[in-house]
Design a protein around this ligand. Structure first.
Ligand code: PXL
Length: 275
């Protein structure tokens, strides 16, 4: 059996169930050899904890890229999430240029904003610096807030059909070969993801859960990468990932102590069985 080799580039939030600590188990469960390149180490994620500690790893990342180039390492895909600074975004572009095998895929989740607001650590310059990475992506996976920021459009929570088409077209015009918009809420009872590639646009809708949790975007991106790189077509992979993220939320509702992320572990075997 030919195993694909993946690289996950994003921060390592030591506590809080997001970024590398969800990407690695999901991609491993999907059957991929997965290397990680942490862009920063944080004591917790930045969504709801106070006093979190951050260790920037820009210098380590630059040295690691040089080392891996010397070793001749190549990856079939690079998946990226929360990075941390403009310098780290530039290094991630460099990783895509130097470490992808011929025909290798770049999947980019800009992971910088939600619900109309940038995350605590980021500003408008960071959002602008994310544009060239998203432009280079084979698949870009922003939520509607991130897509609006990338395209310089005001964010609209209701995001009707016209705005959805404008965002998807804008992302593809930027250069991404395919785009998946998350947190699309067609009405009060439903949520979903809108998928666009050269063949057209389609919306995958499912029931909306009672509340949101941190880390579900990261789980969506990792499960999408697992399904898509396993050979599932774009729309089917997006649906598998959306159902997985919704299942993780349902598995957490009622556990009020676990406000900072979702219980995804029990759902990994069912995800792997779909691929
Ligand atoms: O889940 C996205 C994410 C990743 N990493 C860090 C974060 C967040 C969201 O807040 O703070 C450090």
């Amino acid at each position: 059996m030919e195993r694909k080799k993946l690289l996950s580039i994003q921060d390592l939030s030591c506590y809080g169930q997001c970024s590398q600590t969800v990407a690695l188990p999901v991609l491993s469960a999907c059957g991929f050899e997965t290397a990680v390149l942490p862009t920063a180490i944080l004591s917790t994620h930045t969504g709801g904890f106070t006093g979190f500690q951050v260790q920037d790893l820009t210098d380590f990342m630059a040295r690691t890229l040089r080392h891996w180039q010397d070793e001749g390492l190549r990856f079939d895909a690079i998946v990226t999430g929360y990075l941390g600074s403009k310098e780290l975004i530039a290094l991630t572009l460099q990783a895509a240029d130097t470490l992808l095998a011929p025909g290798g895929m770049l999947l980019v989740d800009p992971a910088m904003a939600d619900h109309g607001k940038l995350y605590a650590a980021f500003d408008a310059d960071y959002a602008a610096a994310m544009r060239p990475l998203c432009a280079r992506a084979d698949v870009v996976l922003p939520n509607t807030t991130e897509a609006s920021l990338l395209l310089g459009r005001p964010w609209r929570e209701d995001c009707g059909d016209e705005e959805l088409s404008a965002l998807l077209e804008g992302l593809r015009a930027l250069g991404a070969k395919a785009a998946i918009l998350t947190s699309v809420n067609p009405d009060a009872e439903h949520t979903g993801v809108a998928v666009a590639d050269a063949k057209g646009v389609s919306l995958y809708r499912h029931a909306r859960e009672k509340r949101d949790y941190h880390g579900t975007g990261d789980l969506f991106s990792a499960a999408f990468a697992g399904a898509y790189l396993s050979g599932k077509p774009l729309y089917e992979a997006a649906g598998i990932a959306a159902d997985f993220a919704a299942g993780c939320i349902r598995n957490t509702l009622g556990d009020d102590k676990h406000w900072y992320g979702v219980h995804f572990e029990e759902l990994l075997p069912a995800l792997a069985a779909k691929l």
